[in-house]
Ligand binder design. Structure first.
Ligand code: SF4
Ligand code: SF4
Length: 301
């Protein structure tokens, strides 16, 4: 059995990527299982998704802690200690990272157990789809190609199955072209089988019956959201073009995190310690005066 773990951010299509890979494997004659894991749904928050692929029925359930293949949706995730995407990877795990850096550069920065595979998916998604942050098709294709046991035609069929209902025909066509481009840009790897570790037997737990009010949600602490600096969630950075901004403050009103403040001149100012990079402000600015910059390139600005 091959176990694949995806890491990304809410809004990138990571769950869909795991579904496309699962469907493609199924089309190629395998048994497949895919599912996501995330907390409160929040754009920009870390998300993990899983795909299991096997020629025989898959009886295992639950998250994948020791993957054969790890697909990391953006290099900025490697900086986030709460995501810890390399957790559980060993020297036999194939790690793929969406990055502009070279393998040597990224290996100097992070403790990869073995040399990772690198391809700049964001750039390709921007070129084909006009949306660099939507990685569902790209990441699924990277996974399918690296695994080497999924046919391109089965993968294309899976993209149609998973996206055909929700996308316009022309957008679906662009996703199919993106699939072919990425498929031919990567090479299959030899994926070593890992022994499936038996689950440790756990002692029976005695559950006590407690009063209802102890199980009801209750807020005991005052608002503390500002303490969580969500700036390290950002894969894309909004940058306001103050030469054209007319201070309409629509971005201020629409930012879901309240991270746009108004300065003494009435101009919007982004708090980059808390801006999570959802880019809703850029979508909402009527004059398109908010640029989208890739975080790995704009962090020094
Ligand atoms: S400033 Fe823009 S990108 Fe940042 S959190 Fe607010 S809406 Fe999202
Ligand atoms: S929405 Fe655009 S024009 Fe309006 S204040 Fe924000 S950046 Fe300026």
């Amino acid at each position: 059995m091959i176990q694949v773990r995806f890491h990304g951010r809410g809004g990138q299509g990571i769950k869909t990527a795991s579904q496309i890979l699962g469907s493609a494997a199924f089309n190629s004659g395998f048994q497949a299982q895919d599912f996501p894991l995330y907390g409160a749904e929040r754009r920009g928050a870390p998300i993990v998704a899983f795909t299991r692929i096997s020629p025989t029925p898959i009886l295992e359930r639950g998250p994948i802690s020791n993957p054969n293949l790890l697909l990391i949706g953006d290099e900025t995730l490697l900086n986030d200690s709460q995501v810890a995407p390399l957790c559980g990877a060993d020297e036999s795990t194939i790690v793929f990272v969406n990055s502009t850096k070279s393998t040597e550069q990224i290996q100097k920065q992070f403790p990869f157990p073995a040399a990772p595979l690198i391809l700049d998916l964001t750039d390709r998604c921007q070129n084909f789809l006009g949306k660099g942050h939507i990685l569902s098709t790209a990441l699924a294709t990277a996974g399918a190609r690296i695994l080497g046991n999924i046919d391109l035609k089965d993968l294309l069929e899976a993209v149609k199955m998973e996206l055909g209902q929700s996308l316009k025909p022309e957008t679906l066509q662009k996703n199919l072209e993106l699939t072919q481009d990425i498929f031919h840009s990567l090479s299959p790897c030899t994926i070593p089988e890992k022994p499936i570790k038996a689950l440790a037997s756990s002692p029976l737990i005695e559950l006590k019956q407690t009063p209802v009010h102890e199980a009801a949600p209750i807020i005991l602490a005052p608002g503390n959201m500002a303490l969580r600096k969500t700036g390290n969630w950002r894969m894309q950075r909004p940058k306001i073009d103050y030469d054209h901004c007319n201070k309409c403050l629509i971005c201020y009103a629409r930012c879901p995190e309240g991270t746009i403040k108004i300065d003494e001149d009435g101009r919007p100012q982004i708090d980059y310690e808390h801006c999570k990079g959802c880019m809703i402000c850029a979508q909402e600015c009527p004059g398109h005066f908010i640029q989208t910059i890739r975080e790995s390139e704009g962090a020094h600005e």
